[in-house]
Design a protein. Structure first.
Length: 330
């Protein structure tokens, strides 16, 4: 069974997509454990604000670049995490061809960098691999039910191709590649306007605007707090033997969209109500990870409930919105 990673590991670790929501928490956690971190990010959906606490750390380096361009990093590299890809449907559909290329060309470029440096590679894949699943909960050996021509295909199929690149590199013996299939994650550093359900509902409730429930609101998702996810990613990267297959990382607690709306309304003093809006095309009807593999291989399971994790998330959005509001005239 994998042990908790040691402190003061002293590794050199590249985090592609490190300026984003999850990536910035990962960079912090890796620095806290005594590593040197090189963040590689184009700031497409990330922000220097997410890294403001890290910029003065001498063990942290920021390289601004698109992963679709050739990657040249000098010096030794022990590990590469690839989180570079917009994750919210609004973001990844804004430039779908670039999203696809980010997953395919970007992952290929990073795998080649891992090969050159002899680095272990971890790909941030997604539960979207399962599409609108016919099996529930989703186990890693389920092949999925994905529309390859719809508006989500740039993300889903890009991530599926990236997984194929990882497992082909592993089979070829060129890279020790690992794949985490991440389920919906939330927490501080999300962007207020990213269009994701947690950001939308919390921002709407804080602004006394109606919460927009798409479709009937009976569709489900499973929400993982970001620190739990980061712990899972680090354990997967550091587990002794390569699992040689994808590993689901997510919180098995399953909520309908309506249940999340009601929970948010119960935690924020607001005059907001609920309004219904059309369901986006190909919106998956349900999502819940089977995490038996992560439990067995990594001794990992989430610790933070949705009700607990929403509190720091709400505080983050409160602070972020307060900074945006113009100062009141005297
Ligand atoms: P995010 O959009 O906040 O972060 C993505 C980061 O990648 C951003 O900093 C962005 O600027 C950067 N990026 C995007 N395209 C790039 C490119 N071509 N070159 C360089 N940098 C680029 O998203 P997130 O929620 O932090 O997700 C991180 C990773 O985890 C993504 O790969 C996503 O697919 C995966 N994931 C996230 C979730 C979730 O719920 N947050 C769920 C499943 C999978
Ligand atoms: N959703 C919603 N209202 C919103 C935003 C999202 O009802 O304001 C729904 C969306 O239709 C989906 C679920 O919430 O069923 C999760 O959406 P999100 O975009 O956060 O993630 P994904 O669909 O990629 O899992």
């Amino acid at each position: 069974m994998a042990k908790r990673p040691k402190m003061n590991e002293g590794k050199v670790i590249v985090v592609a997509g490190g300026a984003g929501f999850v990536g910035s928490h990962l960079c912090s956690a890796l620095l806290d454990r005594g590593n040197r971190v090189i963040c590689l990010d184009s700031y497409l959906t990330g922000s220097p604000v997410n890294l403001s606490a890290l910029q003065c750390n001498p063990y942290f380096t920021m390289i601004e670049q698109d992963v679709c361009d050739e990657i040249q990093i000098d010096g030794p590299i022990d590990q590469i995490y690839n989180l570079a890809c917009p994750a919210s449907p609004r973001d990844y559909q804004a430039d779908p061809i670039h999203t696809m290329l980010t997953s395919v060309t970007g992952t290929s470029n990073l795998l080649r960098a891992a090969e050159r440096h002899g680095a272990i590679f971890l790909q941030a894949s997604t539960s979207e691999i399962y599409g609108d699943p016919e099996e529930h909960p989703q186990q890693e050996d389920y092949w999925g039910h994905v529309n390859c021509t719809g508006p989500r295909a740039c993300y889903d199929e890009g991530k599926r191709a990236a997984e194929a690149l990882c497992f082909d590199s592993l089979r070829a013996g060129t890279v020790d590649a690992r794949v985490a299939r991440i389920f919906n994650t939330y927490g501080p550093h999300m962007r207020p306007n990213d269009g994701r359900i947690v950001s939308n509902f919390v921002v709407q409730a804080l602004s006394n605007e109606p919460l927009t429930v798409y479709g009937s609101g009976e569709q489900t998702r499973s929400f993982c707090y970001v620190t739990d996810l980061v712990e899972g990613l680090i354990r997967l990267m550091n587990c002794g033997a390569n699992p040689r297959g994808p590993v689901n990382l997510g919180n098995p607690g399953e909520f309908t969209v309506i249940e999340l709306a009601e929970l948010v309304l119960s935690k924020i003093r607001t005059t907001s109500s609920i309004v219904y809006a059309p369901l986006p095309q190909d919106d998956p009807s349900r999502r819940r990870p089977d995490i038996s593999r992560a439990k067995a291989l990594l001794d990992w399971e989430p610790k933070v409930s949705l009700a607990e994790g929403l509190s720091p998330t709400i505080r983050w959005f409160q602070t972020t919105l307060a900074k945006r509001r113009p100062a009141r005239r005297r």
